[in-house]
Design a protein around this ligand. Sequence first.
Ligand code: PLP
Length: 413
Amino acid sequence: MTRNGKRHTVQTNSPAVLGGRPMFDKPVAITRPTIPSIRDLKSAYGRILKSGIITNAGYVREFEQKLSQYLGVRNVVAVSSCTSGLMLMMKVLGLKGEVIVPSFTFHSTVHAIVWVGLKPVFVDCGAKTFTINCEEVKKAITPQTCAILAVHIFGNPCSIKPLEQIAKKHGLKLIFDAAHGFGAEYHGARLGRFGTAEIFSLSPTKLLTAGEGGIVATNDDQLAQKIRIGRNYGDPGTYECEFSGFNARMSEFHALLGISSLGDLEKNVIKRRKLVALYKSLLADVPGISFQKIEPDSQSSFKDFSILVDKEKFGLDRDVLAECLKQENIIVKKYFYPPVHTQRAFAKYYHKKYAHSLAQTNMIAENILSLPLYSHMPESCVRGIYNSIKKIYQNKTAIRSLYPNLNKESKRQ
Ligand SMILES: Cc1ncc(COP(=O)(O)O)c(C=O)c1O
């Protein structure tokens, strides 16, 4: 018997939603941090504790140096999170007015804009790349525009060169929210050296993690110096503040975890690329499933692996698929639904003038589904998830009759 009381015969290869055995006995997480060797870390943590210097000291400096070398950028400043890095960057640049930003992003990008008193102007993204659409950016520029804040969604680099040209032509600052960016490349170069600055996240869902934290990467020495002062309340060390900053420092413990994680980064990037290649080759035979387009001269970090579900071709919509996968013990997420311009905190900034132009954002947000992916995930998980999706597809007619109203019910979960 199923949820709506209908009776059906359980086949051995039935999906769990039709009464079959779930594909996995225990939940497969959407992501897990890949933690470096605990043994090495333990003695180093002991040394930090013994020294009594537990924040913003030697390990933070070492981490910054190593990152600057790894990314090929003159300056790296460690901060407490990507959000605080974005806020500080917009503050020290002295921006005033409007910031052009994609609505298809994690809401934090927009929180940062609003917290520093700027106005977000939402623009659409590419239907295939999911990154900010340069033509829409051009249309949204007004005399009040001060900056473009672009996002490397899921680790897929934005159209960086065209954005740099637009920013230069109009005298705008170009900031990249590179929260997902570790492990990604554009035209053969690692992200981190582009635009006015790029700001990364080191939270546990990222390829490079420090537990929590962020880094600001910029080739502008003066800007980097201001961020250093800003992360320390705006105090250059004299107790006479130059401007109002806040505490966005990184602790030694976080920096040490970040250094260890950096040692494993390349290995983890390769593992992810292999897992994604496997996902794509298997799912290619399921009608109605498509993938984010990565331009040939770009490498994604695959911070997330997200599919688009075409309900006509797949036979079920994204929400029904999500529900069915949940019953197989597969944790999935609707990154990023709802889109930022529709959220309570941000709807008031949505400019009616651009109402027609967020069509791709709405379409992607309605149909996107992120599948489990983490660097140490076994290939057997990818195969099990693929088998579940295939099984669900093969049983779509029976499933459709069970969940006539699921689409309406499950929105915003
Ligand atoms: C696109 C994007 N920007 C910003 C952030 C915020 O990062 P943090 O949690 O380090 O502040 C995230 C977090 O995942 C994100 O996905």
